[in-house]
Design a protein around this ligand. Structure first.
Ligand code: PAF
Length: 299
C-alpha cells in the first residue's frame, strides 16, 4: 500500500506503515510536518535490496533521530556503461516490509525522471579523495554518488545521514561534499556488518554462485592476514599487500583492482606503519566470477 504525506506523517507511531514519498514535494511536505513539531530527522540513503547492513544504519538513525527517512533509488549516474544497472537487484516489496518492521517513518522512492528531469545538467565532483581506489577502478562512479547524495541531502533537509563504513571511500567523499557545499547535515559512519564467516554484507553478494559464496570470505581473511603482518611491525606494507593479492589469485579471484593501505582520513598511500603512524585502513576490491567485492578494515 502506498501512502502519501497527506495521511499524517508527523503523528505516526513507531510501528506504523512508513509514508512512501515518490516525489520531492511529497518528501518535503512530510519533513515540514515533522519540523513543525520540532522533530529531528535522519536520512539513510540506499539503492534498495536491503540487508542487515542497511538495517543497522536504520537502527542507528532511529536511535538518534526522532524521524527516519530511507531513500531507495538505483542511481543510474553511478553506473558506467556495461556495469550492472539493469540487473541490480530490485526488491521493493521485501524492502518495504523490512522498513515497516524496522520502524522507519518514511521511504523516499523517486523515479529516475524525478531525480534527473530532462535538462538536468549539474554534476557534483569531489577531487582528491577520488583520485585513488574506486575513483580509478570505477571512473565517474563518485561523481554519480556525490551528485545523487547532494540532491538527497538538499531534498530531505535531514539533520543526520548514515552511511556504512563498508563503502569507506564513499563515506569520506560524501562527508567532504557536504562540508564543501555547506549542507547542514552530520554524516555519520557506521561499522560494516559481516556474515559469520567474515564476508561484508552487500546487495551484490546476491550475484555469487554457491561455490563463489563459499570462497568469498577469503577476501576478508587475506586482508586480516596482511593487516596482522603490517601491525606486527614487519613493516613491509607492499609485500604484505602483494602476498594477499597472490593468495587471492591462487584462490581464483581476479582481476584484483587493489589491495592498498591508505590513511583513514586523507586516503594518502601509506607505505610503512611505525609507532607514530596515523590511523590507516587496508582497502581491497576484487572480482570473484562476475561479482565485484570490496572491503576495508582498520589497521
Ligand atoms: O551506497 C549506496 O548504496 C549508494 O552509493 C548511495 C549512497 C545510496 C548513493 O546512490
Amino acid at each position: 500500500m502506498i501512502k502519501t504525506p497527506a495521511s499524517g506523517a508527523a503523528s505516526r507511531s513507531h510501528d506504523a506503515e512508513p509514508v512512501v514519498a515518490r516525489t520531492v514535494t511529497e518528501l518535503r511536505t512530510t519533513v515540514a510536518g515533522w519540523r513543525r513539531e520540532g522533530l529531528t530527522v535522519g536520512l539513510v540513503p540506499t539503492m534498495g535490496a536491503l540487508h542487515a547492513g542497511h538495517l543497522s544504519l536504520v537502527a542507528e538513525s532511529l536511535a538518534t533521530c526522532d524521524r527516519t527517512i530511507v531513500s531507495i533509488f538505483v542511481n543510474p549516474k553511478q553506473f558506467a556503461p556495461g556495469e550492472d544497472l539493469d540487473s541490480y537487484p530490485r526488491t521493493w516489496d521485501s524492502d518495504l516490509a523490512a522498513l515497516r518492521e524496522a520502524g522507519a517513518h518514511a521511504v523516499f522512492a523517486p523515479l529516475p525522471a524525478e531525480m534527473y528531469p530532462a535538462g538536468h545538467a549539474t554534476t557534483v565532483s569531489v577531487s582528491g579523495l577520488t583520485d585513488c581506489l574506486d575513483g580509478i577502478a570505477r571512473p565517474g562512479f563518485f561523481d554519480g554518488v556525490a551528485t545523487v547524495v547532494a540532491k538527497l541531502f538538499l531534498q530531505a533537509g535531514a539533520d543526520r545521514a548514515f552511511f556504512g563504513e563498508k563503502d569507506y571511500q564513499q563515506l569520506l567523499v560524501v562527508r567532504r561534499m557536504a562540508a564543501d557545499l555547506d549542507i547542514p547535515i552530520a554524516v555519520i559512519g557506521c561499522p560494516t556488518v559481516r556474515e559469520a564467516d567474515g564476508l561484508a554484507l552487500s546487495s551484490r553478494n546476491a550475484y555469487l554462485s554457491a561455490p563463489e559464496r563459499a570462497k568469498a570470505p577469503r577476501l576478508h581473511a587475506e586482508m586480516q592476514t596482511a593487516a596482522r603482518r603490517i601491525r606486527s611491525g614487519d613493516g613491509d606494507v607492499s609485500a604484505a599487500c602483494a602476498d594477499a593479492v597472490a593468495a587471492l589469485q591462487a584462490d581464483g579471484f581476479g582481476p584484483i583492482d587493489y589491495i592498498e593501505l591508505r590513511d583513514a582520513e586523507t586516503l594518502a598511500e601509506v607505505t610503512a606503519m611505525g609507532a607514530e603512524a596515523r590511523p590507516a585502513r587496508l582497502f581491497a576490491a576484487a572480482r570473484l566470477g562476475e561479482t565485484r567485492l570490496i572491503d576495508n578494515i582498520p589497521v
